[in-house]
Design a protein around this ligand. Structure first.
Ligand SMILES: Nc1ncnc2c1ncn2[C@@H]1O[C@H](COP(=O)(O)OP(=O)(O)OP(=O)(O)O)[C@@H](O)[C@H]1O
Ligand SMILES: [Mg+2]
Length: 436
């Protein structure tokens, strides 16, 4: 999302694009990006012209989402919704397609971005929201990113879960409910899964209570691979039994990481199953786990949708991971303003700068100044990380003496109550990252 002036987008901006020919329902043979066709929908023809011109020739246009229906089912398609497409009917249609047509992705371009519009759009399944004035590169980048996540296959029915094998022997421990920590970023490949698996592994070794890692990257999660697990069950099994799910049944579905005792709920094996899982169901899973776990860590994808938003909102802490390059920093700025629009308290957010060391030409202090955030952790760039990822052993286990492992251990300590936190506090202080 753009953090530019939300109110500066006016339909008058499009006055130079009024010579469009009569708009017709979209046709399939169009400009493609990442293998997906692109269409622009808005009631105003000047807006349609302006938005489609950002992609060059061959973008389909339509006055309403209803006109797009004949195009549905003909392969991957990213629909750019203009400012007129913000009615309840529009969002209902986007939501319906989200359930039935995983090959369709939508992005909304709006003139006035309010918290309510953002929430409504993202909850209905709109993949991203951009506010005017439109930056052409950002629009193309966003549409390309959405195209990469689309798949042509129709939504598959939920598989029957394997029959549970009786209550798990996991001991229920009394006391406070688990702390939920989401690991998120606004840019793919920034290191979320590395941070999530290592923080979770570290907490699992230190904590008296069970620690659970959920792979919330429902389409392309790789937590199980990073921990060299061969899970018998995934989130799909848990969700398909959601109505009778209790802690005993759910713990039976978790896969234990032997070296650390970490319990893992992996992502679905097929990306198509992701579309059938709702934010509400994920929160129900997390709530069930909260009763017996000490910490629940959720590894997220690099975009906002209903599942991500709902999980972030119900988290106690959000670890925001950023690589140390300009596109990452730009995206963190956007991510921070989005989280703030969504009323996620700044005290919940912990910035982690990944691959942060002297060889990178960006100065960490400058970056922190630009973002007006002090990072909770600086993780150096080190070949031990890809080596450990390829071996399927967390860095904190494989190379505990490395700078990366130490930084990740310290980060994990921030989420420990009692001794570990006290130790950390005495050796540098438990800083809040937004000056609190
Ligand atoms: N500090 C680091 N030093 C060296 N390599 C790193 C470091 N952190 C991450 N990497 C490498 O970057 C790759 C991407 O990391 P990771 O999978 O954790 O990113 P991600 O944010 O989870 O990606 P995605 O958005 O696809 O889920 C990893 O394979 C890892 O080898
Ligand atoms: Mg990941």
């Amino acid at each position: 999302m753009s953090d530019t002036d939300f109110s500066s987008f006016s339909l008058d901006d499009f006055s130079s694009f009024e010579e469009e020919t009569a708009s017709a329902p979209a046709t399939p043979e169009q400009h493609t990006l990442g293998g997906a066709a692109i269409a622009v929908v808005d009631i105003d023809q000047a807006v349609r012209e302006y938005l489609s011109a950002q992609f060059g020739e061959g973008v389909a246009t339509a006055e309403s989402l209803a006109q797009m229906e004949s195009r549905i089912g003909l392969g991957p398609l990213v629909i750019v919704l203009g400012p007129s497409c913000t009615g309840p009917d529009d969002f209902a249609m986007v939501e319906q397609w989200g359930r039935t047509n995983p090959e369709i992705g939508t992005v909304l371009v709006t003139s006035e971005l309010t918290t309510q519009l953002l929430q409504t759009a993202l909850r209905s399944g709109v993949k991203d929201v951009l506010s005017a004035p439109i930056d052409q590169m950002q629009l193309i980048d966003t549409v390309g990113r959405i195209a990469d996540t689309l798949h042509a296959a129709p939504a598959a029915p939920a598989p029957q879960a394997a029959a549970p094998e009786g209550p798990d022997a996991l001991e229920m421990l009394e006391g406070e409910r688990a702390k939920v920590i989401s690991v998120f970023s606004t840019k793919g490949g920034s290191g979320k899964s590395v941070v999530a698996t290592n923080v979770a592994a570290s907490l699992a070794r230190k904590s008296a209570k069970p620690v659970v890692l959920i792979d919330g990257h429902l389409q392309f999660g790789d937590v199980a691979v990073m921990l060299k697990l061969q899970p018998r069950h995934t989130i799909v099994d848990a969700v398909s039994q959601i109505d009778r799910l209790d802690a005993a049944l759910l713990t039976d579905l978790l896969t234990v990481h032997e070296e650390t005792g970490l319990r893992v709920l992996p992502a679905p094996l097929e990306p198509t199953f992701a579309d059938q899982i709702t934010g509400e169901q994920m929160v129900q899973l997390v709530d069930t786990l909260r009763d017996f776990a000490g910490h629940i860590i959720i590894d997220m994808p690099a975009y906002f949708n209903d599942v991500v938003l709902t999980l972030i909102e119900s988290s106690d802490d959000v670890v925001l991971v950023a690589g140390l390059d300009i596109p990452n920093i730009k995206n963190v700025k956007i991510g921070l303003s989005t989280l703030s629009l969504l009323n996620i308290g700044r005290e919940k957010i912990h910035l982690v700068l990944n691959r942060a060391d002297s060889k990178v030409k960006l100065d960490v202090g400058e970056v922190e100044k630009t973002l007006q955030v002090t990072a909770a952790a600086h993780i150096p760039s080190d070949v031990v990380v890809p080596i450990s990822v390829n071996k399927g052993v967390p860095v904190v286990v494989a190379s505990p003496k490395s700078g990366v492992a130490k930084a990740l251990e310290q980060l994990a300590n921030r989420f420990m109550d009692g001794e570990a936190a006290a130790a950390e506090s005495s050796s540098g202080g438990r800083r809040r990252f937004f000056g609190g």
